[in-house]
Design a protein around this ligand. Structure first.
Ligand code: NAG
Ligand code: NAG
Ligand code: NAG
Length: 459
């Protein structure tokens, strides 16, 4: 139905006859002032694009990326249920956080009141799961809304606990009524101790043992689907584009605060949420995670800038580091040769690590390859941290690439950072970080960041 036509405007009787000349004058003045304001804004942006960059070219960078679909949540739940069955376990329990989101798409904030997801294989059908949330009674209506919003394909149950009673008692009753003992229940690795210990104590007399998540369960989340990889590829490429845009603004005189502020704006312009930035100049970058409370500048003779930044897209994290040289004012590219060599050594270490990544290789071997490469350059002692960490719904997650992790072997779909670094206290720090996914097609690895840095002055 078309909307009814608007009523004719009411004429208010004029109390005074307006002075038309004066009205015209005011109108002209108003238009003139508006014009001045507009001109000022345009010129301001033209003269000082570095003060207030809009990064509009980054808008919609990931516009064609879809969030995870309902069918994929069901696939995840069924894989978890089958793994639990394989491990002879009866349930997996998670608190609000990445695991709960991963399996149920339900988001809830952590508080002292336990809110738990209990995921169990269905006793009747192997391809089905039984998901029950344990919620504070007064929050049940909100929990129901949240679960509805999650759009899950399987029905989900809620059991409630009253504030004056024990939530653990509620869990015990639920498990006792549906579990034949003896049984094992796996607790998510991040489940808080007060909940884990209370559950352990209350379930023990029922002959139900609790155990922290088996590696087989942890591995489920570390192997990404193509939908997850699409999201992560875009999030990481957007981060690289954002850093590129920031790099083009960094000139001698730029402060760490300014570089960080630009980076936040660029990441947000690219559509990333929950953004974070570490921007360090020269010797401040010798601390791998920065030294807070300083505000350094790129000197007039040029310098080095390390930016480590990321954000999330549909709950998947990005994490990219670029270290680049800012030439002195003027066209002189005469930079410190020692530092340039160190940059190339870190780059070579990254390439060496990448060349070893294949299905079946131990995480330790990849770390050692990068370390080995730095031995040749005489810089191995300055590479003080592990090579990388898994990434997904958490910025740092399984698997961890350190030289001690001989247990974990790479599998197709694992995503992690490859980030060698060299840190010389009081002098400089260099880190280059890209995110990769292990592929199954014999290629070994795909760079989710689009490509490694091209050189010390460009990436
Ligand atoms: C599960 O139970 C079966 C039968 O009791 C046993 O053969 C198997 O080794 C158990 N698996 C694990 C992972 O404990
Ligand atoms: C899931 O578990 C609840 C509580 O134990 C039970 O009432 C319900 O019937 C189960 N649903 C399915 C589909 O097994
Ligand atoms: C070049 O960098 C190295 C390492 O930081 C430093 O020791 C050296 O003094 C620098 N050389 C010049 C000429 O600045």
């Amino acid at each position: 139905m078309p909307p009814p036509p608007p009523p004719p405007p009411e004429r208010t009787p004029l109390l005074h006859k307006p002075n038309t000349n004066r009205t015209l004058c005011y109108s002209l003045l108003f238009v003139f002032l508006l014009f001045c304001l507009l001109a000022y804004c345009t010129t301001f942006d033209g003269i000082h694009p570095r003060t207030n960059p809009s990064f509009s070219h980054l808008h919609n960078f990931c516009a064609d990326i879809q969030p995870i679909l309902a069918a994929e949540y069901l696939t995840r739940q069924v894989r978890l249920a089958q793994t639990l069955t394989h491990l002879n376990a009866t349930a997996f329990i998670a608190e609000p956080g990445p695991s709960m989101s991963y399996y149920t798409n339900v988001k809830w904030s952590l508080s002292e009141r336990p809110f738990l997801a209990i995921i169990r294989p269905d006793s009747l059908a192997l391809s089905r799961v039984n998901i029950t949330f344990v919620s504070p009674a007064f929050e049940v209506a909100r929990a129901r809304e949240n679960i509805k919003h999650a759009g899950l394909l399987e029905p989900v149950g809620i059991v409630e606990w009253e504030e004056h009673l024990s939530p653990y008692d509620t869990v015990a009753k639920l498990l006792a009524s549906t579990t034949s003992s003896p049984a094992t229940v796996y607790l998510d690795t991040t489940l808080r101790f007060f909940i884990a210990s209370a559950l352990t104590n209350i379930l023990a007399p029922l002959d139900i043992a609790t155990s922290v998540s088996d590696p087989e369960i942890v591995t489920l989340r570390s192997i990404k689907s193509s939908a997850e990889i699409d999201i992560m590829r875009c999030a990481n490429m957007a981060t690289v584009e954002a850093l590129r845009a920031v790099k083009s603004l960094v000139k001698p005189g730029a402060t760490e605060d300014q570089i960080a502020a630009w980076t936040f704006r660029a990441l947000e312009a690219a559509g990333l949420r929950k953004t974070w930035v570490l921007a360090l100049v020269d010797d401040n970058a010798a601390y791998p995670h920065g030294e807070p409370g300083k505000n350094k500048k790129v000197g007039e003779d040029g310098g080095m800038v390390l930016i480590d930044a990321g954000g999330s897209l549909f709950d998947y994290e990005s994490d990219i580091t670029r270290t680049f040289f800012v030439p002195p004012t003027g066209s002189n590219l005469n930079m410190n040769a020692t530092r340039l060599l160190a940059w190339h050594a870190v780059h070579a270490a990254q390439e060496r690590a990448l060349s070893t990544i294949r299905v079946g290789v131990a995480c330790s071997s990849v770390d050692l390859a990068a370390r080995d490469s730095l031995v040749t350059a005489g810089l191995a002692n300055y590479f003080t941290h592990r090579l990388g960490h898994g990434i997904g719904m958490e910025g740092h997650e399984h698997p961890f690439l350190n030289k001690g992790n001989t247990e974990t072997r790479l599998e197709p779909g694992m995503t992690f950072s490859v980030e060698p670094g060299v840190y010389v206290m009081g002098e400089f720090g260099i880190r280059l970080e890209d995110i990769v996914v292990v592929t199954s097609d014999g290629e070994g690895v795909e760079l989710l960041s689009g490509g490694l840095a091209k050189g010390p002055f460009e990436f």
